[in-house]
Design a protein around this ligand. Structure first.
Ligand code: SF4
Length: 212
C-alpha cells in the first residue's frame, strides 16, 4: 500500500488529469439515476443513456413506471442486457418506493439496499451523485485501478471500499470515484495498462514493481 505522501501525490495527479470527471449516466432526478444505475450492470453507460432517453420521456417516476407490465417495459431496456432480471427489479423497486417511501428515493444506505436489485455499489452511486452524500462506489474499474496504484490492497470490493474511505479525504470520495473510473477507461485498462503514457507511473505500485 502507498505511503501517505505517495497516496497524496497519486490523488493529486488523478485530480489534475481528470479535473472535469463527472457521472456518465444521464439523469435529472434521484429516481432516474437509480433506474439508470440498475440498467448499467454489465452494460455501457452510453447504451444505458440511449435507452433511458426514450424510457424517461414517458416513464420517469415510480407512479408511471408501475403502469407498465414486464412485457411492456422490455422493448425500452432490451438492449441493456439481462432485461428480464433488470425489468423485474425496476418494477418491484418502483412499487416498493410507492408502498414504503411515498414515491421518493430514500437517501440512506440501509433503505436503498432494502430495495429489490439495489446493492451497495448502486446505493453508493445514488447517495453520492443524487444526494451529494460522501460515498465511494466500487465498480470493476475502481477495484482494479485503486489496487494497482496501491491506494488500497484488498481482494474484495467491500474491503476496497473500506480502505478507500480510510485513505481518501471524505470531501474527495465522490470525485475520486470518477477519477478512478476515467483512469480505468482511458489508461489503466484491464488487459493492457498504458503505463508508459500514465502520469502516475512514478508512484503507482504496479508500474514501479515492473521497473525493478
Ligand atoms: S502506471 Fe500503469 S498500472 Fe499504474 S495507474 Fe498508470 S496505467 Fe495503471
Amino acid at each position: 500500500m502507498l505511503s501517505p505522501s505517495k497516496r497524496k501525490k497519486a490523488l493529486a495527479l488523478l485530480e489534475a488529469t481528470y479535473p472535469d470527471a463527472k457521472p456518465a449516466l444521464e439523469f435529472s432526478t434521484p429516481y432516474e439515476l437509480l433506474v439508470a444505475t440498475m440498467l448499467s450492470a454489465q452494460c455501457t453507460d452510453k447504451q444505458v443513456n440511449k435507452c433511458t432517453r426514450v424510457l424517461f420521456s414517458q416513464y420517469n417516476t415510480p407512479q408511471r413506471m408501475v403502469t407498465l407490465t414486464i412485457e411492456q417495459l422490455e422493448p425500452y431496456i432490451h438492449s441493456c442486457g439481462f432485461f428480464n432480471a433488470k425489468g423485474k427489479h425496476i418494477l418491484s423497486m418502483s412499487q416498493a418506493l410507492l408502498d414504503r417511501f411515498s414515491g421518493e428515493v430514500p437517501s440512506s444506505m440501509e433503505e436503498l439496499t432494502s430495495l429489490d436489485g439495489v446493492g451497495r455499489k448502486t446505493a453508493n452511486v445514488v447517495l453520492s451523485n443524487a444526494f451529494s452524500i460522501p460515498a465511494i462506489a466500487v465498480d470493476t474499474h475502481v477495484f482494479r485501478v485503486s489496487n494497482r496504484i496501491g491506494l488500497t490492497q484488498a481482494k474484495t470490493v467491500e474491503k476496497t471500499e473500506q480502505q478507500l474511505m480510510e485513505n481518501i479525504p471524505k470531501e474527495d470520495w465522490g470525485k475520486a470515484h470518477h477519477w478512478l473510473i476515467y483512469h480505468g477507461r482511458q489508461l489503466c485498462s484491464a488487459q493492457r495498462p498504458h503505463c508508459n503514457d500514465c502520469p502516475l507511473k512514478e508512484v503507482c505500485e504496479y508500474a514501479v514493481s515492473r521497473q525493478d
